[in-house]
Design a protein around this ligand. Structure first.
Ligand SMILES: [Zn+2]
Length: 333
């Protein structure tokens, strides 16, 4: 397997146009700010906010009790539904970025996820029935997991029209609706997966409870999302591209575990298998978007000695829950 690079999955030459469209989309959201609502911490539900970041007119708080970050105030679910239906950037990704980056995404993101889900099912004695992916996006994971033949039925839930169409074009079974509005038989699924979705949702708690209802007892829920304690997010702060109004929730390993438990799951796996943190900080620094001059050790690791120690440094982050890419799996109690 070749090495995963940021350029392979987010081609540099396309990101300028993506950023331009995203900025326009965000102006639409910002114009509706008077309808935003204050919320409690998405992990522990306490109301002890302390200021975390201000960026582009949006405010992010950190929970004083559990340290989860969250966009506060935030758009209501109906505003978010409209936003994702209208967002030009998602059309651009469906038409340009995903087609251009599908090879590396399939090989280096979708297939390792499929492999891990299959292994997890074997370890926990689950599988053979129905797998549901919530937020199936371009459909690559569903296509790959269907090919393994491990599940009798694979269902893609995808509310964004252009992405849902991309899934249908692959011959996948698609439900074009937000998970909170899915009307499916309860205790239907053996496995639910959801990659980079929970951070976008108004209520992660409602989402996890919806997943719990949809799962059979003993069924598995595996998801990925950013960790606010990850290296690139901590180092870059508000400059990090993770800090984005589309991301409403900024969990860390402990707070996401807490939420899983509160929603009826036993956590069976918690890792940060990220491979890009160090490269992201290095690239932002080289591009003049971040200053490491007050951090001579990081200058040494990420710039001067990069070829020699960059890979090992990233491995250290991933192995110690210090990457910003988090993976969690839980079993419905
Ligand atoms: Zn909290």
């Amino acid at each position: 397997m070749s090495e995963l690079t940021e350029n392979a999955i987010r081609p540099d030459d396309m990101m300028k146009e993506s950023d331009r469209l995203h900025a326009i989309d965000l102006q639409w959201l910002l114009a509706r700010q008077e309808r935003f609502v204050e919320v409690a911490c998405p992990a522990c539900e306490r109301r002890e906010p302390t200021p975390l970041w201000n960026k582009g007119g949006f405010r992010y708080d950190r929970c004083g009790a559990c340290r989860t970050g969250y966009l506060n105030p935030r758009p209501l679910p109906e505003t978010l539904d409209e936003y994702y239906r209208l967002a030009e950037n998602y059309n651009f990704w469906e038409k340009h970025v995903f087609p251009a980056s599908e090879g590396p995404r399939r090989e280096q993101i979708a297939r390792p996820r499929v492999q891990r889900v299959v292994e997890l099912c074997s370890e926990k004695g689950v599988g053979g029935g129905i797998l549901v992916e919530v937020g199936a996006g371009y459909g690559t994971f569903c296509e790959e997991i269907a090919r393994t033949g491990r599940f009798s039925r694979v269902i893609a839930i995808e509310p964004t029209p252009s992405m849902a169409q991309a899934c249908r074009n692959r011959g996948l079974e698609v439900l074009e609706t937000p998970i909170e509005q899915v009307t499916m038989e309860q205790e239907l699924a053996d496995v639910i997966v959801s990659f980079e979705v929970i951070e976008h949702l108004f209520s992660p708690r409602d989402f996890l409870r919806s997943c719990a209802k949809l799962l059979k007892p003993g069924g598995l829920l595996a998801l990925t999302c950013p960790s606010v304690d990850g290296f690139d997010v901590v180092t870059l702060g508000a400059v990090s591209q993770v800090v984005d109004p589309e991301h409403l929730n900024y969990f860390h390993p402990s707070s996401l575990s807490l939420l899983y438990q509160r929603c009826g799951f036993e956590v069976v796996e918690l890792r940060t298998p990220g491979r890009l943190d160090a490269e992201i900080v290095r690239k932002r620094t080289l591009a003049g978007l971040h200053d490491l001059s007050g951090h001579p050790f990081l200058e040494q690791v990420l710039l001067r000695d990069w070829e020699r120690v960059g890979g090992a440094f990233q491995d250290f982050l991933a192995a110690n829950l210090l990457s910003s890419h988090m993976w969690i799996a839980g079993r419905k109690r």
